[in-house]
Write a protein that binds this ligand. Structure first.
Ligand code: 2AM
Ligand code: CA
Ligand code: CA
Ligand code: CA
Length: 269
């Protein structure tokens, strides 16, 4: 279906010379392909669904307001793992989520290097290439594999908290902590049961939307780093196969403060 068209653009661009530039910080990278894929996704979906709204990473970077309303909204990360893409490190995905009345309904994530397609629809299960996904049932954090990411913010204070959180989780003890450079694929690994938990500060709604549906439909939990309900605009997330592991991770974390994605005064009150 339409999705293959978007992914083909990423796949063929991987082999070519890339036009790389940086956005907010020198480590916050963007390429021509990020823009090209986002424009292609939005124009294709807009033609099919002219009344729907769109939130996309590169449109938001270009100044389009990132606002989730009650209207049907597509939430798009054209390339998740841009730094990996630039290096041809094989963890790159296209992620598309869909929400209606702020409820996440659909999630599709395509792993551009190995051709795995993760899909989920609320109430209908989660699948990887058509095979049903099931999260890990592990409840003991000492047997857990934990995933996280390093954000674009690399000032000493942020890195101290980041390393402190990792140290606490490693000495909890857990089996290990991994960083793969693609938050959407890391979240897909929680959905498939390949790892027990994921946490991250600094993510945006387009990093989480599609994966949240996939994890929930695979039987897992996606929540705020405080243990409360997920807020897509909060720039914080914990996901886990079981509530027990999620609670253990939440207890270890010291927060890293990022601004919200939107500026809706109701949310800030
Ligand atoms: P991106 O490639 O779409 O920018 C890399 O560390 C992972 O974290 C990627 O999934 C990356 O998405 C995402 N990411 C992007 N900006 C981030 C930020 N400010 N903080 C944390 N993670 C971020
Ligand atoms: Ca980015
Ligand atoms: Ca992303
Ligand atoms: Ca991206």
């Amino acid at each position: 279906f339409l999705f293959w068209k978007f992914c083909l653009v990423v796949q063929s661009a991987v082999k070519q010379e890339k036009q790389v530039s940086s956005k907010s910080t020198p480590t916050d990278l963007v390429t021509e392909t990020d823009h090209q894929v986002e424009e292609l996704i939005i124009s294709t979906l807009r033609e099919k669904y002219p009344t729907h709204r769109f939130i996309g990473e590169e449109s938001s970077a270009a100044g389009v307001k990132c606002e989730l309303t009650d209207d049907p909204t597509w939430i798009i990360d054209p390339i998740d793992g841009t730094c990996n893409f630039v290096h041809s490190f094989p963890m790159v995905a296209v992620s598309i989520g869909f929400a209606v009345r702020k409820e996440l309904e659909l999630g599709v994530i395509y792993h551009c290097f190995d051709g795995t397609l993760y899909t989920a629809r609320k109430g209908h299960g989660a699948f990887c290439n058509g095979v049903r996904l099931q999260v890990s049932k592990e409840k003991d954090v000492s047997k857990a594999l934990i995933l996280t990411e390093i954000g674009a913010k690399r000032d000493p204070a942020t890195l101290d908290i980041f390393l402190g959180n990792m140290k606490k989780l490693l000495s909890a003890p857990t089996h290990g902590v991994r960083i793969i450079g693609s938050s959407t694929l890391a979240l897909c690994h929680i959905a498939s049961g390949a790892a027990e938990a994921y946490y991250q500060y600094g993510l945006h709604c387009w990093d989480i939307a599609a994966a949240a549906v996939i994890i929930r439909e695979a039987g897992g939990h996606v929540m705020d780093t405080t243990g409360g309900p997920l807020d897509l605009m909060s720039r914080r997330v914990v996901a886990a196969g079981t509530r027990e592991i999620a609670d253990c991770v939440v207890k270890q974390l010291q927060p890293i403060n990022y601004g919200r994605d939107d500026t809706d005064p109701d949310d800030l009150a």
